[in-house]
Structures are given as structure tokens and as C-alpha cells.
Design a protein. Structure first.
Length: 290
């Protein structure tokens, strides 16, 4: 049974994270919106789902560049979906945590920062003037169910939070490392998101560690299949967009291009490399997704 109250908390860490979150800097004011341009690449070519395919390499550069716009917007839509779920649970947790001031204060900092990210993402969508690519909702139902139904102070919930924050954060770090020549406004969005998410990942990892400390090896083994399924479905939804996205980018038929991305060995190797550190981390805690 999941604990009905929080485990012993790392209040000094939460207090430090809260100090690092102050003073608050509005993400909308930290992006050079006047430098947003569809004439620029929004993702490194190597980060595109079709990179490595001869049929894709043969396309004109403007069409390949358009895919970078929509695949970045896909990560933005994933961010909006994830942060909406997390803000929903954080808001519901405030009453339960009212007697632990460091916890309450830091959760409010997280709420403010996640709301700022969502505003930044929506502003980007509005300024870009592009149709919003749909998410593959079927693959995300398990995460949504877990996020809404699992007790806030439980190992499965914080494992889900860590997966949901680490996967996009690793991708953002890749963009930053290989961002030479990318659209300056997109790099600003990535930097702002990374700076705040570094604190959120630290908090999620610390909270998960506390829950794991009070969880038996047997219970960890029982949870492993659930967390493995969650990990695989989330990674799949994040790295393999819906067929409609390819149609929006002018690649038709979308289903054929989506299948090509899914069977693309270069993409599969890229996804494995991007998620390897998280796999190792979860394995170290005895909840490996493999």
C-alpha cells in the first residue's frame, strides 16, 4: 500500500531550490521573440526522426527544415501536456502539505515556473503561426492515468515525474550542445526550460530516492513491469510523432513517413543514446525499465 503521508523530507534541499528559484524571471521576457524565424532550423538535423534515411536526405532543404519546425513544436506540445498534468497534481497536493512550509513553498515555486513554461510554449505557438501538431494520445494514456490516480506521495508517482522530466531535459541538452546555427529564439526557449527543469529534476530525484529508501526489494520488483511499460510508452510518444505531423510538414502520406521513422535504425540508435543515462539511473535504484 502506498504511504498515506510524505516520507521524511529533504527540507534543506527544498529550501535551497526555493532560494535558487528567487527572484523569479518571467520566461516571456527571456526569449528574443523578434528573432523567431521559419527561415532557420529549429532542431539539429541529426535530431530529426527521419535523419539517416536516403529518401529524406534527397528532399529539398526547405522541406527538411519544415520538419524541424514541427518536430520542435511536437516537443512543445509534449511539454504543455506534461506540465498541465503536473500542475494539476501539485495544486491538489497543496492542502495536504500545508504544515510543511519548505515543501509548500518549493511546490509553489514549481507551479509558478511550470506555468511560465506553458505560457512560453503557447506564445511560441502563437508567434510561429503554424498549425499545432497532434500528440499520439493512445501512447500517453497510461502516464495520464498514473499521474491522476496514483497517490502524490508514492514511488510510482515520482518515478513517473522523473521519467517525464528527464526525457525532455536530455533532449534539450542535446539541442543546446548541437545548436550552432539554430534559430536564436528557439535556443532561448531551450535554455530557459533547461535552467528551471534542472531544479525540478533534482527535486524529483530526491523525492523518488526517499520513497525508494522505504520500499522493499520485493515491492520494487513488483513495480518494475509497470514502470518499464510507462518508460517505453512515454519515450515512444516523445520521439516518434503522429503521422499527421509529417503531413503538416508537407510529407505525404504521413503514415508512410511515420513508419519510416519508426523503423529508421539511425533514429532508434539516437533514442537509445538519449535515454541510456535514465535507464542506468533507474537500474541503480532497482526499478530498471528493461
Amino acid at each position: 500500500m502506498a504511504p498515506s503521508h510524505p516520507p521524511p523530507s529533504s527540507d534543506p534541499l527544498r529550501e535551497q531550490l526555493a532560494r535558487n528559484s528567487s527572484p523569479y524571471a518571467d520566461p516571456l521576457a527571456r526569449v528574443a521573440w523578434d528573432r523567431l524565424s521559419l527561415a532557420d532550423w529549429w532542431l539539429p538535423p541529426e535530431a530529426l526522426s527521419l535523419h539517416g534515411l536516403e529518401t529524406f536526405a534527397a528532399l529539398p532543404e526547405p522541406q527538411r527544415r519544415a520538419l524541424s519546425h514541427y518536430e520542435f513544436l511536437h516537443t512543445v506540445e509534449m511539454g504543455l501536456w506534461l506540465e498541465g498534468l503536473f500542475m494539476e497534481r501539485l495544486t491538489r497536493s497543496l492542502r495536504a502539505g500545508r504544515d510543511n512550509l519548505p515543501r509548500l513553498i518549493y511546490h509553489l515555486h514549481e507551479l509558478r515556473e511550470e506555468a511560465g513554461h506553458s505560457l512560453m510554449f503557447l506564445h511560441l505557438i502563437q508567434r510561429a503561426g503554424l498549425p499545432r501538431p497532434p500528440l499520439r494520445r493512445g501512447g500517453l494514456r497510461l502516464l495520464a492515468l498514473l499521474a491522476r490516480a496514483t497517490p502524490f506521495d508514492s514511488l510510482p508517482f515520482w518515478a513517473a515525474v522523473l521519467i517525464g522530466e528527464e526525457v525532455p531535459d536530455r533532449f534539450n541538452r542535446y539541442i543546446k550542445r548541437h545548436g550552432h546555427g539554430l534559430c536564436p529564439a528557439i535556443l532561448d526557449v531551450v535554455r530557459v526550460h533547461m535552467m528551471d527543469e534542472a531544479r525540478h529534476v533534482t527535486h524529483a530525484l530526491d523525492t523518488l530516492s526517499m520513497h525508494l529508501a522505504g520500499t522493499s526489494a520485493r515491492r520494487r520488483r513488483l513495480l518494475r513491469p509497470l514502470l518499464g511499460l510507462l518508460f517505453r510508452r512515454f519515450v515512444d510518444a516523445f520521439y516518434y510523432p503522429a503521422p499527421a505531423l509529417y503531413e503538416l510538414a508537407g510529407l505525404s502520406p504521413g503514415r508512410a513517413w511515420a513508419r519510416a521513422a519508426r523503423t529508421n535504425p539511425v533514429r532508434r540508435a539516437f533514442v537509445h543514446a538519449q535515454t541510456e543515462s535514465l535507464r542506468r539511473l533507474l537500474a541503480r535504484y532497482g526499478v530498471s525499465p528493461d
